[in-house]
Design a protein around this ligand. Sequence first.
Ligand SMILES: Cc1ncc(COP(=O)(O)O)c(C=O)c1O
Length: 390
Amino acid sequence: MSAPPYVLNFGAGPAKIPSSVLERAQSEMLNFDNSGMSVMELSHRSKTFGKILNGTKDKLKTLMDIPDNYEILFMQGGATTQFAAVFYNLVAAKQAKDGNHDEIFVDYLVSGAWSNKAAQEAERLAKNERSKITVNKVTDSKQQFGRYGNVAPADTWRFSDPAKTAYVYYCDNETVHGVEFQQVPQVDPRVPLVADVSSNFLSRPLDVRKYGVIYGGAQKNLGPAGVSIVIIRKDLLADLDVGPVRPLMLDFKTMADNESMYNTPPTFAIYMVGLVLDWLVEQGGLAQIEQRNIAKAKKLYDAIDNSPLYNCPVDPSCRSRMNVVFRLTSEALETKFLAGVSELNMVQLKGHRSVGGIRASIYNSMPEQDVDRLIAYMESFEQAHTEAAE
Ligand SMILES: Cc1ncc(COP(=O)(O)O)c(C=O)c1O
């Protein structure tokens, strides 16, 4: 068999997994830990799988410095399922805490497509509740700026009354629009802060103590699709019979009480996440990874900003280190640009179908030299096309 081509995978997710992780999975594929079986064939109730699940939790706990008063859950249904789970469980937690069923607010910072979808899901579910639940958009970039690509200053945000607010929700990194919060939003300490970190999970250190819930799908920075990780402060785990009626599989307390094994968990995906966490430790941990991510993103944004051909539609104050979006001066040139990259085995650079343009996702697993090769191509493309215009 000939060697596979070296592909530079700039996909937004499912995304590149470090090759050493894939090689390790390959080497253990037919015989995991001398069991004579693949991880996929192990019972989730077996001791061997128990070691994988608990080991993965422990590694995450150490790497992220997760305090003991937080629970780590492995859930299914993708990050989208968490839009509903967060609403149900945190409204329940609020109702369990103060018995107020009359009027509750859920606050959303809308900075791009994903936080917008989460807010829409909350609006849809709120209509079904007997209690009056109001979805408040604390800020909405599209309304304020006409499009996503900026976050309004914090002093313009309009939070609801903290005494009546079940949670404040935001998306730490907007994958489609390339918008990333550079600071944790400041919220009233009485109100749990919820972050969707699907596309920047473990790309930088994060102070878990500032959050009520942190969650993300694995398929960008953590492994394959099929598992979502939820980190929740234990006092927010409400009993199932309190608050909105919700499917068992979306109930955080049911998941916590059953060690994420109320039903069959996505065993292989959890195992893969464990291998990615080992890889992150080998890379020197999150502080080290952050430095690398800063360097990669800076290079790419500099190449865009220093060029007459490319431009980044995202304000420098909130540009993502993970998903770098940019445009060329015309759609025809973008099509040509994308045809050129695919000849060089650089794949999945097309912008999200809702926005067009180019998007280079440069997650933890993307080596700096691959970013360099993209920049070299951008420079040669620019030369060819600005000379042609002169
Ligand atoms: C930030 C963010 N949130 C949520 C989702 C939805 O994830 P899933 O497809 O796993 O439901 C995505 C998917 O790309 C995402 O980037």
